[in-house]
Design a protein around this ligand. Sequence first.
Ligand code: ATP
Length: 246
Amino acid sequence: MTLCPAPPVAEVVLETRDLVVQYDGVGAVNGINLVVHRGRITSLVGSNGAGKTTVMKACAGLVTPARGSIDFHGQSLIGMPADRIVRQGLTLVPEGRRLFGSMTVRDNLRVGAYTRSDETGISADFDRVLGYFPMLGLRLDSLARDLSGGQQQMLAVGRALMSSPRLLMLDEPSIGLAPAIVDTIAEIIMTISKSGVDILLVEQNARMALGLADYAYVLDNGRIMLEGSGPELSADEKVKETYLGL
Ligand code: ATP
């Protein structure tokens, strides 16, 4: 008898267990267990106020959970300052981009590397980012506030990549962008994933998020309502009706 080898189990990169986050005692995240696996794009979808941003902020050290655990590559992030979390390799591209509008594109990218001192690596990542976003290379001396919405989103992703993340968390990268630019951003997310950076993506644009996702979670009212592969969830009648408008 020939034994088939078991399929390889993907490494767990990020895991939250029973995560609870409250604002002024009111639960925004009410006990979430989620896992991001190595080499995969993981998406969180859900309507306004479902708690998606709060999950990411907790992982980035920007809000303190009331309960639960967050482990990144086996290390607890609870109580770890945000800049140390970036040094560990977990970087957030925040909703609304939060660029330094009165600074140039070049300086915004340099700021992204604030936790690093390896000049050779920083320089290589600068070139890599301009490879992903050639448009930024043409606008290096422009002020960030003078870029279009799509270019600003690219700069926000580029700035995050300058920290050399192992896991990139993107909060609503498609918001407010024209469909053609949304497609470009989606392609870049795929390219970044293929380059070996793990991705956690939050989107209200469920079509984009489920289209990209290897695995996805549907959040509602601070809880996970459904989870599965992108294609599984895209085929789910409730998801189709509620989030895909079908
Ligand atoms: P959106 O897509 O609108 O950003 P979301 O799914 O990301 O929604 P969160 O932003 O995490 O949801 O918000 C979850 C809940 O927490 C909502 O009820 C929201 O009003 C509340 N909330 C978020 N930030 C704060 C804050 N700083 N202070 C008080 N309540 C907040």
